[in-house]
Structure formats: C-alpha cells, structure tokens
Design a protein around this ligand. Structure first.
Ligand code: SAM
Ligand code: SF4
Length: 364
C-alpha cells in the first residue's frame, strides 16, 4: 500500500511540496522505488557518463565568517595560503594530460583588486596554454557584476554559488548578521551570474542545525523555480572550530544526514532531468563509497582533488575530509575503479556541459 503511494507520486509530471515531504520521509524499503526512478531518469536524460572536474582549492584566505565553515576568517588554526601561478598551472596540466577537460577553481571569498586581477590573469593563461580545451568552473563566492563579467570574458563559463539554505530566516541563524552575510545579496549574486551568461550552479547543505524537512523541500522547489543548470549538495559536517559546533548534539546522526543527501540527489534528478548534479566530497567523507552511491541515484559529475597535498590540511571545511595525503595521480586511479563499479563510464576529454543550460539557451 505504502509502496503504491510512492509509485504514484513518482509518476507525477511535477511534485508538490507535499509530494516532496513524502519522498524525503520515505523509509528504507520505500526509497528503493525512488532510487530506481532516479537512476532511470539519469540514464534517459543525461546518460550513464560521469564528467570529471579537477578541483583546485586555490586559496583558504576568506573575508567571511560563515558559522559552519572551518576556513572562516575567525579561525586562526590554519596557515593561510594562496597557490602560486606555477602550482595552479601544474594542476591544470595534470587535468589536461589526463583528459579531464574541466576544472573547478574554488577559494575562500576575497574581493580585493589583487585577487580579482590574479584570477583574471590565471584564467587567460589557462585558456592560452590549453588552447581553450579546458573549461573552467569558478566557485569564488559573491563578487560584483564587473568582476563576474571580467572573469567570464577571460574564459570562465560556469559558476557555483551555493545558496546554502533557501529559507532566509534559517540563513540568518547560520551567518553573522551583517551586509557581508546577507541572504538577499547572495540571491542577487546568483541572478547576476545568470545575466552575465554563466552556467549557474547552486546547492545546499543537508542536515544543518535548525533545518527541517520542510526547509529541504523548499530548497528543491527553489532550484526548480530558479531553473538552475547545475547542483552541488551534500551533508553538513561539523567542525570543532566553528560556532555551530555547539549544536552538535542536536544534529541528525551522520548516517541519516548521508541518507537524506542521497534522497535529495535522487529527487532533484527526477525533478530537473537534464541538469548536472555533483557527487560531492562531503558524501565521501561520511561513507567511503558515498560518491559512487550518489552516482547510482542521479549524480553525474565528480570533482577529483588536484590541490597539492601540502595545502590540503589547511583547506578543511569540515572534519575527516578524505584523501588528505593523496596526490592527484593516486586519486585518479582510485576513482576510475569506483566509477566503473557504480556502472558508469567516464567522459574523458568531454566538457560535459549542463544539457539544461544549452536547451534553456536554445529556447530563449
Ligand atoms: N567561499 C565560497 C563560497 O562560500 O561560496 C566557495 C568555497 S566554500 C568553502 C564551498 C562550500 O563549502 C560552501 O558553499 C558550503 O556549502 C560548503 N561548506 C562549508 N562548510 C561546510 C561544512 N561544515 N559542511 C559541509 N559543507 C560545508
Ligand atoms: Fe568563506 Fe565560503 Fe567558508 Fe563562508 S563557506 S567561510 S565564504 S570559504
């Protein structure tokens, strides 16, 4: 009887908030139907290919103080670094010779002139030295329209900016109350990215203190409403040096946060069939096979870490981050085997752009 209810919801062309709450609440037994439908949807609309984005954690300097993040400005435990030009190019070269075709440059938020120019010149160099063969995704936080434009014109065409939570009241509880951490400002930044012409990705953390299933259902509706091209979602994992750590006893058990994250990925795949969805590192942190499990329920992008091992201990957003001492080469071979086990193949040499973006642009 219950299984019938899930099947009926899964057949609907569009989910209501009530449907989403039902799906997020599904028991272990019922969720098999959800996961099967998500896997089928992925195969049909984006294929069983996984695209690699070599992740470069460019710098851990950050001007912000988000209550959940280990590299927040207020945490003095980490040595602050910015990768040198030659280290960045070495990582880019690794991606190039290994046919990754795409990289992600991620960093703590910095908006000063030196940083903006440095990113601009790095983008130009990447484009020149790889003859435009490497596509670049940026994840460098909130910037002015002018900065977004300069970086776009220098060769970056995708941008990831997680909304973190789509409920403004919850956003307030997770950030200091000031203009640098303003929900509306973050939302406006997403809109600006869209206007400038980027393929826009966003996402949320799952299992945060004070977050309810209703909030998560609203997050999914937010993604649909905003018509996003890409998503990166993963479990919230506590970090001892952050203000939110004091609420650790109120959190869902870590396994439940992981299961909820899998459901979010599966539901989003069914709702937004042709977007790109990342299997995030935070999922691997909780379960060594976490990313492969996400691939099996709808994710189609993986971000192998290309950051030099010497910096990884200083880019700890949360505890127990995996592969801290593995250089890129070791990460690559371990990933290949895992992806094949999940029944997918790797889109080597393919940009793996969001199909949603191209279809959306063609219809405008
Ligand atoms: N500074 C940029 C920004 O915030 O958009 C990009 C880098 S930031 C480290 C990337 C993402 O890490 C954030 O969007 C956030 O969702 C995630 N993150 C930070 N702390 C986390 C935690 N404790 N658990 C899980 N994810 C976390
Ligand atoms: Fe800085 Fe991003 Fe961490 Fe916030 S989430 S503290 S902006 S690195």
């Amino acid at each position: 009887m219950i299984i019938d209810d899930v099947e009926k919801i899964l057949e609907k062309p569009s989910f209501s908030k009530k449907d989403l709450l039902y799906l997020l609440n599904t028991s272990e037994k019922e969720r098999t139907s959800l996961f099967r439908k998500a896997k089928e949807t992925k195969g049909k609309y984006v294929g069983n290919k996984v695209y690699f984005r070599g992740l470069i954690e460019y710098s851990n300097y950050c001007k912000k103080n988000c209550f959940y993040c280990g590299i927040r400005a207020g945490n003095s435990r980490y040595a602050r670094y910015r990768m040198t030009d030659s280290e960045v190019m070495e990582a880019v070269n690794f991606a190039y010779v290994n046919n990754y075709a795409s990289i992600v440059i991620q960093s703590g938020e910095q908006t000063n002139k030196t940083f903006v120019s440095k990113v601009e010149s790095t983008l130009k160099r990447i484009s020149q030295q790889t003859e435009g063969k490497i596509h670049v995704t940026l994840s460098l936080g909130e910037q002015s329209e002018e900065t977004y434009r300069r970086w776009f014109e220098s060769g970056a065409h995708r941008y990831l900016l997680r909304i973190e939570v789509s409920n403004p009241k919850l956003y307030k509880k997770l950030h200091p109350n000031n203009y640098t951490h303003d929900f509306q400002r973050r939302l406006d930044a997403l809109k600006t990215l869209r206007n400038v012409g980027y393929q826009v990705g966003t996402g949320v953390m799952i299992g945060l203190p004070f977050q309810t299933l209703s909030d998560l259902a609203d997050d999914l509706l937010f993604f649909r409403e905003f018509d996003i091209d890409m998503a990166g979602m993963g479990p919230y994992i506590e970090h001892v040096d952050t203000p939110l750590y004091q609420f650790r006893d109120e959190l869902l058990p870590i396994k439940d946060r992981f299961d909820l994250s899998l459901k979010m990925v599966a539901i989003l795949r069914i709702m937004m069939k042709n977007i790109n969805i990342a299997a995030t590192t935070a999922m691997q942190t909780i379960d060594p096979q976490g990313r492969e499990k996400a691939l099996m329920v709808g994710a189609n992008v993986i971000m192998p870490n290309l950051t030099p091992a010497k910096y990884r201990h200083d880019y700890l957003l949360y505890e127990n981050k995996p592969c801290l001492d593995e250089e890129a080469e070791e990460c690559k071979s371990c990933l290949e085997a895992r992806i094949h086990m999940a029944g997918d193949s790797i889109g080597y040499g393919e940009w793996g752009d969001s199909r949603h973006f191209h279809e959306r642009s063609a219809s405008q």
